[in-house]
Write a protein that binds this ligand. Structure first.
Ligand code: SF4
Length: 477
């Protein structure tokens, strides 16, 4: 029996890593390991790391060191490091932090129980598990979710075959692997049965869905199937690469019952020379046309994008073109990142690397322009009625009976919040609210008089009982 064996889990990085974390949590819990909310006193601490850019790696290493300090003082027995940083810098990790008990690569995820057993069994003959990329997308069912019960991430594919020159993801997560349509739909049904209302579809490259497995893009068909899953009310599509927007996809986006008019489409740049240097497969003209058609078929569309400024060789004129594009296009949501030097990527070898102060200045100028656009958009919502999905109680300093939720315009973790005062609400309620005022990037709203929350029937119990979502440490990337 392993019921007396406890573990604490730290999940870092993006929602794709969250899914991996949840899968590992599920495997451990099914095997009798007991998750605990604090590291002190736990037998094991598992850190699922991010290795995307320098800042994320530094954060991962800081958490690992903190957990190793606890191990040194006897507060935990063993530390496991998993995920992208482990995959990207395994040798360095094993050398730099030799006190780590087990290092598990991205594709060793399924062997987390074996690693845990090995540590607690005192067997230390093998300190790492690194498997080659599988030939099929991995199974993400039977997860122990760490998101609120009513929202979930669903990974429709793994890896990426684009090889943008600044990005290390294909070297960590392998080439694109589509999860078959039936598998994604089965997982969506499992999540709906577990109480999920909002399904957030994630991938490294969403619109590539199907190309490797079926020989053609099949995101449109997948969405049509997901639209039929009972219990799901919102489908939010993240990580859309501006390519493979087929006529069928526009058609489905425009006609679906459940796909909300919110799209995340990282563009990275808009200048054609920069896009080429980044090995992006889209031009400015194509991007503009995609945005035009999306706004046409999805009224009220909230478009989120990300840009990189200070890519090697970016001239003042090329940056100004990007800034003008941001001002003209008026993305409702936007993130901007200074180019991060990643030694093992092709961009690292390009000439014309820019000093940090220029990159930071360019980022600040984009953010300054964007703030006004985002605030104007928020102001345009005042007086309107929007469905708000309640995520949970607001922090106590806001007083009793205040809840925090999101409208369709806000993706979890990255966008704004909607504060709602009403004593009769609960997490997972979807309720029409009148937007009263703005608070920076957030909104304040009240339920429309007489409107009852749209509640799901009680979810059926899971086939194998797992503890409900719990307060593990989650540090979003
Ligand atoms: S499409 Fe995205 S994940 Fe793929 S290489 Fe480019 S930036 Fe990286």
């Amino acid at each position: 029996m392993k019921t007396d064996r406890t573990f604490h889990f730290v999940s870092l990085g993006c929602p794709k890593n969250t899914v991996d974390s949840e899968r590992m949590l599920g495997l451990l819990a099914q095997d009798g390991y007991v998750p605990v909310a604090a590291p002190d006193g736990a037998d094991l601490v598992i850190v699922n790391t991010c290795g995307f850019i320098d800042a994320a790696r530094a954060e991962s290493l800081a958490v690992i060191r903190e957990m190793l300090d606890r191990k040194a003082t006897g507060q935990v027995r063993g530390v496991v490091v998993a995920g992208c940083l482990a995959e990207r810098q395994k040798d360095l990790l094993l050398e730099e932090v030799p006190e780590v008990d087990q290092v598990i690569g991205v594709f060793g995820r399924e062997e987390i129980v074996k690693a845990a057993d090995r540590i607690l069994g005192g067997l230390d003959e093998q300190r790492s598990i690194f498997n080659p990329a599988p030939i099929r997308a991995m199974d993400d069912t039977a997860r122990l979710r760490i998101t609120p019960r009513h929202l979930a991430y669903l990974k429709v594919s793994e890896g990426c075959s684009r090889f943008c020159t600044f990005c290390a993801i294909p070297y960590m997560r392998g080439k694109h692997l589509t999860k078959p349509i039936e598998a994604v739909v089965a997982e969506a049904k499992e999540l709906a049965a577990d109480g999920v209302v909002e399904l957030n579809l994630v991938a490294q490259d969403m619109t590539y869905y199907g190309v490797d497995l079926y020989g053609r893009p099949r995101l449109a068909e997948l969405l049509q199937e997901l639209d039929q899953v009972d219990g799901i009310r919102w489908i939010r599509i993240l990580y859309n690469y501006p390519n493979y927007f087929t006529d069928e996809l526009y058609e489905v986006l425009g006609s679906s019952e459940k796909i909300i008019p919110y799209l995340d489409m990282p563009l990275q740049h808009i200048n054609d020379r920069m896009l080429k240097m980044m090995n992006r497969r889209h031009t400015r003209a194509e991007t503009v046309e995609i945005i035009r058609r999306l706004r046409d078929v999805m009224p009220g569309l909230v478009l989120r994008t990300t840009f990189i400024v200070g890519f090697p060789g970016e001239t003042d004129e090329e940056f100004e073109e990007l800034l003008d594009f941001v001002k003209e296009t008026k993305f409702e949501r936007l993130g901007v990142f200074p180019y991060s030097f990643e030694p093992d990527t092709p961009a690292a070898k390009l000439p014309g690397h820019l000093p940090d102060d220029i990159k930071a200045h360019r980022r600040d100028r984009v953010m300054e322009a964007q703030q006004a656009i985002a605030f104007d958009f928020n102001a345009s919502l005042v007086g309107k009625t929007l469905d708000v999905l309640i995520d949970g109680p607001a922090p106590s300093h806001l007083g009793p009976g205040v809840w925090v939720g999101r409208s369709y315009a806000d993706a979890p973790d990255v966008d704004g919040l909607v504060f709602v005062r009403d004593r009769n609400l609960r997490a997972g309620d979807l309720i029409p609210c009148e937007i009263l005022l703005t608070e920076g990037y957030d909104l304040v709203a009240r339920p429309v008089e007489g409107a009852a929350p749209k509640r799901k029937n009680r979810p059926r119990p899971r086939a194998k009982k797992l503890p409900p979502a719990s307060p593990f440490t989650i540090l979003p990337g």
